[in-house]
Write a protein that binds this ligand. Sequence first.
Ligand SMILES: Nc1ncnc2c1ncn2[C@@H]1O[C@H](COP(=O)(O)OP(=O)(O)OP(=O)(O)O)[C@@H](O)[C@H]1O
Length: 308
Amino acid sequence: MTIPTQTRRAARTEPVLTVADLTVVYETDEPVTAVKDAALTLHRGEILGLAGESGCGKTTLAYAVNRLHRPPARIASGRITFHDSDGTDTDILALEADELRAFRWNKLSMVFQGAMNALNPVTTVRAQLKDTLLAHRPGMSRKEIRERSEDVLNRVGVDPRRLGSYPHELSGGMRQRVMIAMAMLLEPQIMIMDEPTTALDVVVQRDILREIVRLRDELDFAVVFITHDLPLLLEISDRIAVMLRGEIVELDTAERLYREASHPYTQKLLGSFPSLSGARGAFIRTGIDETGTDETDTPAADPIEEQA
Ligand SMILES: Nc1ncnc2c1ncn2[C@@H]1O[C@H](COP(=O)(O)OP(=O)(O)OP(=O)(O)O)[C@@H](O)[C@H]1O
């Protein structure tokens, strides 16, 4: 089973986020430069995969972009600029605390590894969605809140009847879908997903990834998708950045990276997945035609059925 790839629309070239010369250091006894002079441009509506082995700095980079890093992490240098669809640019590193609160979720949201455990255990899904909506859109009416909450749950394949549920009443897959619904609640222009499905079983993982690609096609937000799983990134990403010891050593389209990786580390990484060097590698790339239709795709599981 493969995930339907991105619809290959007109080239996505308008920037929504620019990271320039970003260096992040953990100020421990022996300081660790976890991200070194990282530079990348995220285009509006694209899925950018961030790959690299454990400890190469992927999470540190993602946290820094959202200013979620905590001491001992320190941004030693660099610029992070958000290019809003309204034409304004925001210097993320210069935002004051209240501006940052307004920015997060609204313009840029993040889904963490194990985010499903980040839901408040004593509050219903309805209340959590409502709190987030009211914090950012205080003027929303009850009807608007209900409609928006139902809409986002529907979009991620969770029956809106689950609005009254507490997190412990939901499966892991459903909780993770609710977190993704939460991340898209305010229609951000960027979603950063750090191993969003790693804690889930493979079938649920694939269903959720399918939804993310579909939602991106529908709503056109940009996604930074972080995982160790390079074959998966090759399937879902428009472009892929490869990190090695804190540096982005290669950034290219998924297609070119797969066919003609230029950095030896990327070549090594590609070679280390039997599925890419063996028969299934051909399967992954040939299952997808030029229009983005996946001929080998199987229908997504019925979301209601999954919840039963
Ligand atoms: N709180 C911390 N204090 C000191 N060093 C840290 C801290 N957190 C991370 N590091 C170091 O920073 C480097 C990058 O870590 P990071 O978690 O960003 O990598 P990663 O690529 O996301 O790894 P993984 O895929 O395992 O999550 C590693 O060398 C790690 O040991």
